[in-house]
Design a protein. Structure first.
Length: 218
């Protein structure tokens, strides 16, 4: 009886260890090579004295292929396309018809994109972030990621993940990103209609500045 109880406790302890945020993040990195999803984003600026906090809402689609390729397409009210092709990070402001191009290697290190699409494994993430599991909330497993570099634009990132079963295989999918920037502004991205390990055509992650666009290279 004691041996049976010990085995149950060991098994429960192993399951609990795998169910925390760090376990879910590692599972996501290992099992999700590509994916697509819809997202909504709510940006909340810190309130000024005597005023209520201001919010700005947007939505769009997200696709990624690890390592290092992703595409965010924002709809109205702020139409933007952000593409990482493995070499260059492109940002196209459709209203201004302005394109900004930056070296992807220098632009992505301590950004939320590294957490979801750029980093190949946990070791690569830990080089740029301190990672700590946070308590379960809203049915999700959470990781708090704090950039090791103190001079960046991101103060902290909370990553919410959901464990799922896909064809009998245990996987983890991205459900939410909560980003606090260096000015105290909070951005919450919520992902829905998530599809993992989908086939994405190569042109998904190609970007060509449209005719007449003002291109700024940094």
């Amino acid at each position: 009886m004691k041996k049976l109880l010990a085995l149950i406790l060991i098994a429960f302890g192993f399951a609990a260890a795998r169910a925390d945020g760090l376990g879910a993040l590692e599972l996501f990195l290992k099992t999700a090579a590509s994916g697509r999803a819809d997202f909504t984003q709510v940006v909340t600026a810190p309130p000024r004295e005597g005023q209520v906090a201001r919010t700005r809402n947007s939505s769009g689609t997200f696709e990624f292929q690890r390592p290092g390729r992703f595409r965010f397409v924002y709809g109205k009210p702020l139409a933007q396309t952000i593409v990482a092709d493995g070499q260059t990070l492109w940002l196209h402001d459709l209203d201004l018809n302005q394109v900004t191009a930056r070296s992807q290697a220098s632009a992505l290190g301590s950004t939320p994109a590294a957490l979801i699409a750029a980093a190949p494994d946990m070791a690569a993430l830990r080089a740029d972030y301190q990672l700590v599991s946070a308590p379960e909330r809203d049915g999700l497993q959470w990781v708090v990621a704090t950039p090791r570099a103190r001079d960046g634009q991101v103060q902290s990132v909370r990553v919410g993940l959901r464990e799922v079963d896909q064809g009998g295989k245990k996987m983890a999918e991205l459900a939410a990103l909560e980003i606090i920037d260096s000015f105290g502004q909070r951005s919450l991205l919520s992902f829905s209609r998530v599809q993992l390990n989908v086939s994405l055509p190569p042109e998904t992650f190609r970007f060509k500045p449209p005719a007449g666009a003002d291109v700024i290279r940094q």
